[in-house]
Design a protein around this ligand. Structure first.
Ligand SMILES: Nc1ncnc2c1ncn2[C@@H]1O[C@H](COP(=O)(O)OP(=O)(O)O)[C@@H](O)[C@H]1O
Ligand SMILES: [Mg+2]
Length: 404
């Protein structure tokens, strides 16, 4: 089977998905921005061929892929990077091959259409409206009410996403939205940010995981001193969260999702109500795939590749661990000057650490506004959730990276 993989080198999980395709026996042809020698070794080794393109130039990519297909039959088009999910669907339609169409993909991209579809299925979404003009936003605000969220209709990574509590804040936020062509205005839901992530085959959920962001995404994004955590939970059947699982299944059914990987976010209100957030028909980013693999002793990369290429999924999820990623942000600006507290910390938690990947002394800090990964990643796991969180907080506070 020949699989065309869009952007096999970026974001950082893509080489692992590309390798997974090769491992299930696919002949993988990569197309992406940038030259072949810019790809990581994992991606290069997994690819049978690579053709550089400008992904933003949709017509150009379609023409190039038609040329490739004239010489080599393409059986599948695979993509797991949000901005190019529609491009992938257009390529499938251009080549007449199976997989998600444009019409099937749009409800996973357009946050207004997404919520309209779910409303029709009786799923609890935040009150919402969309708009392409400043006056339209004001009208939407009047129907949705404060506090609310304004965000791009097809955003990612919390970019251009604002909580707005009153009129004065709205006036401050409106000018910042000038570059966004269409926004979604939503009732602000107090609560926790959860995920529900799956691999499906023919509409059946074969693997699923759930995680929560600690603190909520917007708080982590706005406060540099926070080292954000994501927690993949072991006890997904706990009544505390099981309504989120049910919502996840209902959402997939309402959007008629068939085969591939999905990443849903939902909010758990203090009174326990589950409210839908968003869903994408691609893998989650920011190491969440790895996190789920550590918590479930499974391989989501392989599960996805099997689903895409073979129409089955032989992976089983074991529920023995909670796992947590902590993205460390250094204190101060400039280059990393010192890493403190690591030895005593490891003396206590080393057996539970799965990943320890900190920027070395001398390296420039990453831009904390632009990268979720910040200045270092620690992943650990433990069977007990409380103990997992305690250890994560020690990584957050006792491990200190100083920059200057
Ligand atoms: N209606 C809402 N109520 C509360 N928080 C929200 C709402 N919409 C978005 N957020 C916050 O903003 C974050 C980013 O919004 P989201 O819709 O997930 O967009 P993105 O595609 O950028 O991830 C969410 O994780 C959540 O923390
Ligand atoms: Mg989100």
């Amino acid at each position: 089977m020949n699989v065309l993989m869009i952007s096999p080198g970026y974001p950082s999980e893509m080489p692992l998905f590309t390798r997974a395709l090769a491992r299930v026996g696919a002949n993988v042809i990569g197309i992406g921005d940038g030259p072949q020698d810019g790809l990581s070794e994992i991606a290069r080794e997994a690819l049978a061929a690579y053709v550089p393109v400008k992904l933003a130039d949709e017509q150009g990519v379609i023409a190039t892929v038609r040329e490739i297909a004239a010489k080599t039959r393409i059986d599948r088009v695979a993509c797991s990077w949000e901005p190019f999910m529609i491009l992938a669907a257009k390529l499938r339609e251009a080549l007449g091959i199976p997989g998600m169409t444009v019409a099937e993909t749009i409800p996973f991209r357009d946050k207004e259409i997404m919520k309209q579809r779910l409303d029709a299925a009786g799923i609890r979404t935040p009150r919402h409206a969309s708009s392409t003009s400043v006056q339209g936003v004001r009208d939407a605000v009047a129907t949705v009410g404060y506090p609310l969220v304004v965000k791009p209709i097809a955003g990612a990574g919390s970019a251009d996403t604002y909580r707005v509590n009153d009129e004065a804040e709205l006036e401050r936020v409106l000018p910042r939205l000038r570059n966004v062509t269409e926004v979604s205005v939503e009732e602000f839901i107090e609560g926790d940010d959860f995920t529900f992530d799956t691999v499906c085959v023919d509409g059946e959920v074969c693997m699923y995981h759930m995680a929560f962001y600690r603190p909520r995404a917007l708080i982590a994004r706005d406060n540099e001193w926070v080292s954000p955590q994501t927690v993949s939970i072991r006890d997904v059947d706990d009544p505390h969260v099981s309504n989120g699982v049910k919502m996840g299944y209902d959402v997939l059914k309402a959007l008629d999702f068939k085969t591939g990987i999905t990443h849903m976010e939902w909010y758990r209100k203090p009174d326990g109500e589950a409210v839908f957030g968003e869903i994408a028909c691609r893998a989650p980013g920011a190491k969440l795939v790895d996190l789920h693999n550590y918590s479930g002793d499974c391989d989501l990369y392989a599960g996805w590749a099997e689903a895409e290429c073979l129409g089955r999924c032989s992976q089983t999820v074991q529920r023995r661990y909670n796992s947590v990623s902590i993205f460390k942000r250094a204190e101060g600006q400039g280059r990393i000057q010192s890493i403190e507290g690591l030895e005593p910390l490891l003396a206590e938690i080393a057996p539970h650490v799965c990943v320890l990947d900190l920027l070395p002394v001398g390296a420039p800090r990453r831009n904390w506004k632009q990268t979720l990964l910040s200045d270092g990643t620690v992943i650990l796991r433990h069977p007990d959730l409380q103990r997992t969180l305690e250890m994560a907080d020690k990584v957050g506070t006792n491990l200190r990276m100083r920059a200057g």
